[in-house]
Write a protein that binds this ligand. Structure first.
Ligand code: XIL
Length: 541
């Protein structure tokens, strides 16, 4: 007996390449988790087997929400929640409690209460639910409040906020600490993966709560991503700024949906997103781990929630592993060293708009079969022995900036995979930049949509570059908002709006740019629900 237990408990010294996700994650000091639903957990062997062997952390997808645990006032039912905690205990997995105070999946009786009764009901609910598991070693953390911000970083106009004001957040955390002094207490939200108005509001709230001694230990980035909205490339930096506040961060509900139908190129992009998220967490010590929101497309919430999108998880509906699984596995296993196969060579670049200092290029995409997935493209200038890297793109197009006026360029593209393998060179494209304004002046601006949702988007960064030959002491960027779009916030520049024209002037601290130097600013816009437009061009002067 002792021998068996010792073999079971001893940490593995080196994770085998083909080992389950949890083995590799544990070797890196991280958890890899999944949300579980009680239905398939009770009825499907494949579901139980994968959940038990691949993951070392579990979140209840619905079973711990208020409507499940206290459907009528004072009547607590833990049958579903206990089923999940028992499964986790059997499989040596930790449990993250989700969620205590939320505006959804909360019974009508709570929503109709007056302020003092609502506050008491909230405190009692937290005391009972957290208290039920306080002595259970499997349950180690809680989402105390969920989704308290709106898309602009203001307070969400929920029944909680409208009845109790902001104070419900601090009260909820204090109640949870009182019910289980050892549990890690988190605040959780979506669209806070990158640096934007909403994540900055979260940052400011966590900072102020902690200054007041409110026990907030952890920030959850839900990470419901879609391949059509771009990857939040500053996710690691965002995690780092929260870590600097002294809190743990975690990815709590990762899924990466795609527009239907599924195809292999979308699978590859999806795998890249999964790998990027895992790598961001691995790069930040304060990131405890990554929880995937379910693991099989058979039971994902995505098709029921996002019209015409799906296939968001690493296993398909038949429990077969997808490229996203390999991406998560290889990232956790410490890289993609096994992949030595370069991507295919990209198509010849087609030249679009050329200005005095910029040129737009598109090309047909590469594919990658080596396992690590296509990571992006490098664009080089053909100059004989030492070619210059002019730019990098994660998609099959780029606008090169900072070019010299009246100059002929010959350029080619190489594709890059996640292991750093480079493809062959595409055929050359040739263009000549137009006559410059003269006098050595000039600047360019390009904007990247960092994240978007049906009612708005964040453009970050708008990169401003001094393309002239002398230093500048200020800059002005103009762009046009599509009809019906309104500016809701901005940072690192002063924005004024006239009609749909937006004028952005440098802030006091980022107007001075040496030749070739750059800076950036960002802004957030709300747009009519369902509209998918974003600004198309930025002019710098
Ligand atoms: C979702 C579940 O996946 C669905 O089964 C349920 O119908 C609705 O809630 N943010 C959260 C999660 O914090 O609780 C949500 O889960 C997904 C969005």
């Amino acid at each position: 007996m002792l021998g068996i237990f010792a073999a079971f408990l001893l940490p593995t010294t080196s994770a085998q390449a083909s080992a389950p996700l949890r083995t590799h994650a544990a070797a890196k000091g991280k958890f890899i988790g999944t949300a579980l639903a009680t239905g398939p957990l009770g009825s499907e062997t494949s579901y139980r087997t994968i959940a038990g062997t691949e993951f070392n952390q579990i979140t209840a997808e619905n079973a711990m929400k208020w409507e499940s645990t206290e459907p009528s006032q004072g009547q607590f039912t833990f049958s579903g929640a206990d089923q999940i905690v028992a499964f986790a205990t059997q499989n040596n997995q930790q449990v993250h409690g989700h969620t205590l105070v939320w505006h959804q999946q909360t019974p009508g009786w709570v929503q109709g209460l007056g302020a003092s009764a609502m506050r008491s009901a909230m405190q009692n609910h937290i005391a009972q639910v957290v208290g039920h598991y306080a002595d259970n070693p499997a349950v180690v953390s809680w989402d105390v409040v969920n989704e308290v911000f709106d898309e602009n970083g203001g307070w969400r106009s929920s029944f909680w906020y409208n009845t109790l004001g902001q104070s419900f957040v601090a009260d909820a955390f204090r109640a949870a600490r009182a019910a289980d002094p050892d549990a890690r207490l988190c605040i959780n939200d979506y669209n806070v993966e990158g640096i934007n108005a909403k994540s900055t509001a979260m940052y400011n709230l966590v900072s102020s709560l902690r200054q007041q001694g409110v026990p907030v230990d952890c920030v959850g980035l839900q990470s419901h991503l879609s391949i059509q909205y771009g990857f939040p490339s500053d996710m690691q930096r965002n995690m780092e700024r929260f870590a600097a506040l002294g809190v743990q961060v975690r990815v709590t509900e990762l899924d990466v949906r795609m527009p239907t139908p599924r195809d292999s190129s979308k699978d590859t992009t999806q795998a890249t997103y999964y790998r990027n998220v895992v790598n961001a967490c691995l790069a930040v010590t304060a990131c405890a781990g990554v929880t995937i929101w379910g693991f099989t497309d058979k039971h994902s919430w995505v098709p029921d929630t996002f019209p015409n999108e799906g296939f968001a998880l690493p296993w398909d509906a038949n429990y077969q592993q997808k490229p996203a699984y390999t991406a998560v596995h290889d990232a956790l296993a410490g890289g993609t060293s096994g992949d030595t196969t370069p991507p295919s060579t990209p198509g010849t670049p087609t030249v679009g708009t050329v200005t005095s200092n910029s040129a737009a290029l598109t090309w047909s995409a590469s594919t990658d079969t080596g396992g690590s997935g296509l990571a992006g493209y490098n664009v080089y200038r053909e100059q004989g022995a030492t070619d210059t890297l002019l730019g990098q793109s994660s998609t099959a197009s780029i606008t090169l900036t900072g070019l010299s006026p009246s100059t002929q360029y010959q350029v080619y593209v190489r594709a890059r995979d996640g292991a750093g393998n480079l493809s062959g060179n595409s055929a050359l494209a040739t263009f000549t930049t137009q006559d410059g304004p003269g006098g050595g002046g000039g600047c360019t601006a390009t904007g990247t949509v960092q994240t978007q949702w049906s009612g708005g988007y964040v453009v970050q960064p708008v990169t401003v570059t001094n393309t002239g030959t002398s230093a500048i002491t200020g800059w002005t960027v103009t762009f046009t908002l599509p009809a019906g779009h309104t500016l809701v916030g901005s940072w690192n520049a002063t924005l004024t709006v006239s009609g749909q024209t937006v004028t952005a002037k440098n802030a006091a601290y980022n107007g001075n740019l040496a030749p070739n130097a750059g800076t950036s600013f960002g802004f957030q816009v709300s747009r009519p629900s369902g509209n998918t437009q974003t600004p198309s061009a930025y002019t710098c002067a």
